[in-house]
Design a protein around this ligand. Structure first.
Ligand code: ADP
Ligand code: MG
Length: 202
């Protein structure tokens, strides 16, 4: 049963701006009401080392972020500071270390059917200006690549969520010990997952 889709887990971090904007409750509500189950949650003051290790879990992340960043410059018709994906990505990482340690963050593990994809959908795309209406990043903040570039800082987009199942597994192990993760059932799981629905009618 461990591999059943309903057992999928993902990591969410409310970034320092999410806490400063007093959006903790709103953010948790968005994930909670999908039917996903909260398996762990804690507030932490992260160190720069912790943040760096977190983003380096995916060995291709630096280049991917650099590529995305160069593409965003090109889309706006602006010459990127460099065409070297690695160095552009490294600059984003350096900024993230400062941003993610500027105040406490809240880390959570959400579990349920295809949790990684469900959470990414609700989180929204990286840039709040262009992320979908109805998503957390789309509805609750207004940052953009353009403004982040002018001010030479990372995009402030309220939340981190794991990008893939492999990342989710490694990120959960990076932020939580086994003792911090709670195993319990939720009443709502009956209607979400019970195969025969034979426990409802009296
Ligand atoms: P996501 O958080 O949507 O998975 P990434 O993993 O690509 O996005 O990047 C991690 C974080 O780095 C983003 O959430 C954002 O805060 C910041 N970031 C990414 N790309 C850029 C960029 N080109 N300019 C500024 N900040 C960026
Ligand atoms: Mg990511």
């Amino acid at each position: 049963m461990e591999n059943h889709p309903k057992k999928e887990q993902t990591l969410v971090i409310i970034k320092p701006d999410g806490i400063q904007r007093t959006l903790i409750g709103e953010i948790i509500k968005k994930y909670e009401r999908t039917g996903l189950k909260l398996r762990a949650m804690k507030m932490i003051q992260a160190t720069e080392e912790k943040v760096e290790q977190h983003y380096l879990i995916d060995p291709e992340w630096v280049e991917k972020v650099g590529e995305k960043s160069i593409a965003s410059y090109e889309k706006r018709g602006v010459e990127p500071p460099s065409r070297d994906k690695k160095s552009v990505g490294q600059k984003v990482l350096d900024g993230l270390k400062k941003y993610m340690t500027s105040g406490p963050v809240i880390a959570m593990i959400w579990e349920g059917n295809q949790a990684v994809g469900v959470v990414r959908k609700i989180t929204g795309g990286t840039e709040p200006l262009s992320s979908d209406v109805g998503t957390i990043r789309g509805d609750f903040t207004i940052d953009s690549y353009q403004m982040a570039d002018v001010d030479e800082r990372p995009i402030r987009n309220l939340i981190h969520s794991s990008g893939s199942l492999d990342d989710a597994k490694a990120e959960i192990a990076h932020w939580f010990t086994k003792e911090e993760i709670f195993d319990y059932s939720l009443i709502a799981e009956e209607i979400l997952y019970d195969v025969n629905l034979d426990g409802i009618a009296e």
